[in-house]
Design a protein around this ligand. Sequence first.
Ligand SMILES: [Zn+2]
Ligand SMILES: [Zn+2]
Ligand SMILES: [Zn+2]
Ligand SMILES: [Zn+2]
Ligand SMILES: [Zn+2]
Ligand SMILES: [Zn+2]
Ligand SMILES: [Zn+2]
Length: 332
Amino acid sequence: MIVYNISLKFNFIITLIIRNSIFIQSDQTILIKKENLTMSTSYNKYLDIEDFLPENRTLVLDYLCPLCKGIYYKPVVDPCGSIYCRKCIEQCLEKTKTCPSGKAFGPQALITIDFITNVLDKLELFCKNKISGCEWKGRLASLDEHIEKECDYQCVKCTNEGCKTILRKSSLENHLGHCDFKKEKCEHCELYLTRVSLPAHLAECPKMKIDCTQSCGIVLERSLIDSHISNDCRKSVINCSYESLGCDFKATRLEVEQHLMENNVKHSLLFFNEFTSINNKIKNLDNKIDEVTKSLATRKKCKTEVKKVFKIQEKVPMEKKKYSEEIQNNGK
Ligand SMILES: [Zn+2]
Ligand SMILES: [Zn+2]
Ligand SMILES: [Zn+2]
Ligand SMILES: [Zn+2]
Ligand SMILES: [Zn+2]
Ligand SMILES: [Zn+2]
Ligand SMILES: [Zn+2]
């Protein structure tokens, strides 16, 4: 590595950077060192020599980035004094944790080289989308703004989440109008869904009104259909309401209603039978209660008698004593 130690005026420095990198020290001394231009080629070359107008191509040859081999784009100088495009050296630091010379530092250690940017910014070049048909040419300083704001040939990704379509900026508006990933509001539940997922959602949207699945002619929100079928639908098959009393008629709710109207006598008879059977059961229960009550009364009476006997028994020893004393006294 050859290092020159030169103190120079600004514009003169630029002419000296012929395939070299520079390092500005705090005392304004400028170190220039030769860089090896044969480095890894995996870096994304943003500015090519051919991007510039033919008359500028020899001028830019002196500003080649050792990493991407393109013209410096937003150049920075690293702590070793080497110059790279900002993106190139940042990518290198991220990948290898060091700069190409093996020095480790963070991206905050990179310093923008304004004077190279200023020189290149004045040079005219074609639009990056010249190959697609853009006829724009202008200063490098205006290139980004042209591409971002004006260039109709710039390819952009569709702005809808999930859509992978890449298309010309000029076609974006038209595409957005019918993009499958455009969010649309479900008119029934007001949920926002992509156009592609809307049909699947409509097939199960709980708020969407649908015909009763038993084709009874009723239209209801999908979430209410189950309850309608269990409780109201005239086409649901149900048992006669007198099932528990013995009527085994089973048919659609509509037919059961008809059956109820036509079978008043039959149902009254079933009801009467049930009533009689319950009445008999009540009578039987009454009898049993009577028996139990009687038995309880007898037990109570017995208890009282037993108590009386106990009381008499308690008195026996005393009476016995009294009696024997009397006998003794009479004997004297
Ligand atoms: Zn580069
Ligand atoms: Zn370095
Ligand atoms: Zn353009
Ligand atoms: Zn799209
Ligand atoms: Zn919905
Ligand atoms: Zn129904
Ligand atoms: Zn019945």
